[in-house]
Every structure is written in C-alpha cells, then in structure tokens.
Design a protein around this ligand. Sequence first.
Ligand SMILES: [Mn+2]
Length: 688
Amino acid sequence: MLKHASKKKTWQVAEPFSDLASIINISRELKLSLATSRLLAGRGYAGVDTARAFLNKETEMLHDPFLLADMDKAVERVLSAIYKGEKIVVYGDYDVDGVTAVTVMYTYLHDCGADVKYYIPNRIGEGYGVNFDALKSFAEDGCTLVITVDTGITAIEEIEKAKELGLDVVITDHHECRAELPKAVAVVNPCRSDCSYPFGELAGCGVAFKLVCALEMRRADVNLYEATKTVAPRFCEFVAIGTIADVMPLIGENRIIVSYGLKLLENTSNIGLSALMRASGLISVDADGGIIKKKITSSAVGFTIAPRLNAAGRISSAELSVELLLCRDELRAEELSAELCETNRRRQAEENSIIEEADQKIELQCSENDRVIVLDDDHWHHGVIGIVCSRLTEKYNLPSILISFEHNTGDEPSEGDIGKGSGRSIHGLNLFEALEACSDMLTKYGGHELAAGLSLTRANLDSFRRAVNEYANEKLAETELCRVIDIDLKLYPEEISQRLADELYLLEPFGTGNSQPIFETDRLIISEITPLSGGKHTKLTLHAPGLTTVFTALLFGTSTAEFEFSVGDAVDIAYNLDINEFRGRRSVQLLVRDIRKASGDYIPEREDFVKMYLHLKEKMPPVKADAAELAETLGFSRDTVLLMLDVLAELSIIRLYRAEQLEITLLPTRGKIPLDTSHILAAIGYRS
Ligand SMILES: [Mn+2]
C-alpha cells in the first residue's frame, strides 16, 4: 500500500532578497511599498527597469515574431498559398490549447480570403498528433498546404510521406523537440535548440498567434506595432484561454497576452464565448434583470471555461468547441454551450468513477516504496485519465501515470494490445525526460516537464513500471516528496495594510509561474473564533503582540469543529492578502493557507529576558535598533530576538514598532516580569 502523503506542509520561505538598496530604489521610483518592492525583487525583477516592465503589461512589448527560427519561411509559404488560392488545412489538437490555436489560425486565414479548412484528429479513433491517413485525405481533396498548430513536432515520418503526396507542411508547435526535427517547409517552435527567440514558454496557441502577427506584418506591410494593434484585439482572448488551459507560466509574453486577453474576455463580443459564459454561470441575471458578471481571472478560465471547451475533445469531438468559438449565430451558440456543459458533467462523473477504481488499485498494487504511481485498466476512458492523474498526483504528492487499454479489438486481453497513457509529475521529476529514459519500452511518447502522454504494449507494461520507478528513485530527493508551501515573504504585522493588498493587484494575473503571493506572519494571538456558513468555514480575529489593531483571517474549507486552536493561542500563519468590500467599506483580510502553533528554535529563559531588558534600559530613551545588530550584541539568533521582543510587547513591558528598523520604548513596569502569562511563550513550550 502506498503511504498517504501527510497533510502537514513544510513552510519554505524564499531566501530574502538581500540588496536593500535595490529594494529602496524600486520603492522610490515606482512609488510602491517596501513589501511589494521586496516581493518584485524576490521574483527576479530586482532592477527598476525590469520591475517596471513586469508591471507594465502593454501589448507594445511583444517580441518580433521574426525572431522565431523559420518564421520567414513559414510566412512566405503561407502568403503564397493565400495569393494563389491554394487549399489550406489547419491541423490542430483536441485540447483547449489546440482548439484555440485552430480558431486563431483558421479565423485569420479565412478573413484574409484564403481557401482554408481546419482539422482536429479524434482522440479516440486517431489519437494524438499528425496522422498519415488524415494527411492523405487532404491530398486527395486537392489540398497543398497543411499548417499544424500545437502539434507536429515529432511527426517526422508522416511529414516525409506527405511530401510524396505533394503536400507542404508548415509546423507550429511548442512541445519539446527530439534530436531530429521533421523536414517540413518550416518548423516554428520556440523550444528548438537553434531558436534564439527571447521567450520559450509560449503555448501552442501563442505560437500560432506569433505566426498570425508575422503574416499580418508582411501582408499589410506594417511594422510590429501596427500589426499587433490589429491582431491582438481580435485574438488575444483565445490565446489567453489556451495559454491558461495549457498551464503555461504567466510571465513574459504570456503575461502580456493573458492580461490583455482576460480584459477582452470580460466584455467579449464573441458569440460563442459569451454563450458559454452564461451557460456556466460566469454571467448571470439577478432578480431585477440586472446582469451580474463574475470577475474573469485566470482561475475562472482554468476552472470554468477551459474544462467545458476541453470536455468535447475528451469524450466526443473537439470540433464542437471550435464550432462554438467560430459561431455567428446566437441560438446555435446556446445549443453548443448547453451541450458542452452537459459533456463536462459526463466527464466529471466518469472522472469520479475512475478515481474510485484507481484508489482501490493503489491500495492493492502499490508498495510503500513506489515513487511513480503506474496503473492500468482495460476500460478507463482515456480522454479522462489525464485529469485523474492530476488528482492522484495532488492527493499522493507523487508522479502518476494511468494507462488504458480500451478499444483493443480482440475479445481477450493480449500481450500485443496497445495502451494509451497520460501522466502528471511533481517538481523534481521531469516526466518527458523520464519517458525518454524508458523509450525502448514505449511505442509513442511526448509532452512536457510536468505532463506527458505515451502509448505502449501490454507486454511492456511491467518492465515500464519498474524502469520508470527506478528512474524516479534516482531523481527524486526525499525532500521533494513532502508537501511544501512556498512563502514569498515574511511580514511584520505592521506591514499588513490595505495599501499592500491594493498594490498586489498590479502583479495580476496570477497563475502558474506567477502565483498569488503567500506571506508569513508569526506570533499572532487568536482573540475570536467565529463559524461561517453554519460552521463549514472559520473566521478568526487575530491581534499582534503590543498592537491594538486586529486582523480578520478566513479559513475556507476548515470547519470550526475541526479547527485545532483556541482563543488565546499564539499562531504563525501563511496567507494571501485580500481586500474585502462590504457596503462600500473596504478592509484588508487574510486568507489563511496554513496555520501552526507559534514556535521557536530556542526557548529563551528568564535570564535571557533579563539580559535583553537590561540592555534596552541602558540604551534609554527609545531605541531604534536593527534586529540583526541586536542579535549580535546579545548573542541570540535574529529570530530569537524578534520572538523575545514580541513577548515583551505582549506583556506591555515595551512598546514595539516593527519595521526595517525596530523602535523600542520601555514602559513603566512593576516588579518581576510575569513570563508565565505570555501566550507566545506558552505556545513554544516555555516552562518557568
Ligand atoms: Mn499545447
């Protein structure tokens, strides 16, 4: 049996950015708080210019598409096909990235007056990638140019044979390249090792969009700026959806495209998208007939729009989704949206039943030492197993690969049956490389670092399971098997402010590669615990030692009954900052990601407090001190100094202001310091 990953998370605080001068510079030049400046610097935007470029999401900052290798050849071939009236086919993939890429490329060519069709292989009959039968049927139909989007980079043989049929192929893709590239007219892929394009993380639809930009520059004979002005408003909402759905990092060009695309999406004029947003509840109507629109964030796209567009390709046909995005008729768009929502519900039901079966198989088949979960079944719907992998990987915190042998023709299972698999991984194990290492047991494989697809014969299943586990055993360190919560920044309670919460909006859109910042604040004391929604969620009122302000913190999904702390407990929290708007009043609130008892590496003793007290007394009146300096003078760690000061503030022995410099004022005291009344010391295990 597999060990269940423990729910306890390791808190990993990012190494603080040490160059204070740069942080102050960003803060001054861009008029941002020190905390936000520190956050930007910590995420790699340490110079004023790079930080400004990150915050500025204008489409003028998109790169020249001709920096992509082979772009000139691709543009020349496609333009000549348009001018000569050749028959063109856009060949895509059945996931959301593929569907949006097809929509972008097809729409552009169609609006240019090209003779164009699109084609998406069927996941169940044909499977992933460019297949020769499809190419042959295009040739028979008189087609002379195929443009692949989000696919094609491994179709070496297929493209070789296509040439013999008189078919030219232009490949645009973003999947990892093998050592050998297909001999196509042009291979446009930012992952090519000989491609010097400045941004390597475009989605398939992003690469298609770059080709569209390049075509527009040449066709209309305009510069990049002019071309972008025409094509970005037409296509960025599709590219945003595909980029988010394909879990590409929201940095660089993706950040610009997604941020602009989400804005377009909020007021979309696309009939299909607007119908889908109504059908899925993103747009609704209130009792008075007023239209309520939910904020369109990357999570709204990732969790609401994308699964519905994806469901068609998973269990019926992806062409439904393309048809929706290209739809010009309101009624038809409503029909299609309803169908996609229904298909998505079927997908969810299918997903839940496979998860149940997979859990049982894990119980029976996996051993405690397994580093990769590899499961197979003869009936699993292979359009759904990828999502199940994501959920298993999340649950067990291990890479997982699910293989389905459905649709084999024989009555009895045979060794020659081909199974199709899907896999998801965790940081620390590059799945594409893992498959590459086992490639002699695989019929087909491809993908990325964290997600991949494969197929293999039943005869090879056991040896593959062993091999991929051996590989993972070598690559995955023990530490990578713990759940980790990545904390951006430790904040003093004094730094938690509405200004900071407001500034964080500048860092949006959040998503992969640009996560919503997580902060840590230590030693807050619980003064109130309130059940929300009948106890399903929990609200805390917290105060910091020595401060009169209180903070509201929300624990969604933690029932008040199972909440393990009590009023008076001192806790450390990891949280996102958020603004709550209620009856026109705005206030800052903390969305708790994890909570733990306040702790210390060292439990100070009474004499330590006496030593500190005497030092502070000597320095009277009010001391401005640096925590690190104080630590050195007194011979404690910096953390211990901060902890002791919090205790003294909690007991009203000092007044404390925590900032870059600490400000400490001794308050009049009577007699012995009552250390045993400190909530903080109680939490860390102090005994008098
Ligand atoms: Mn893709």
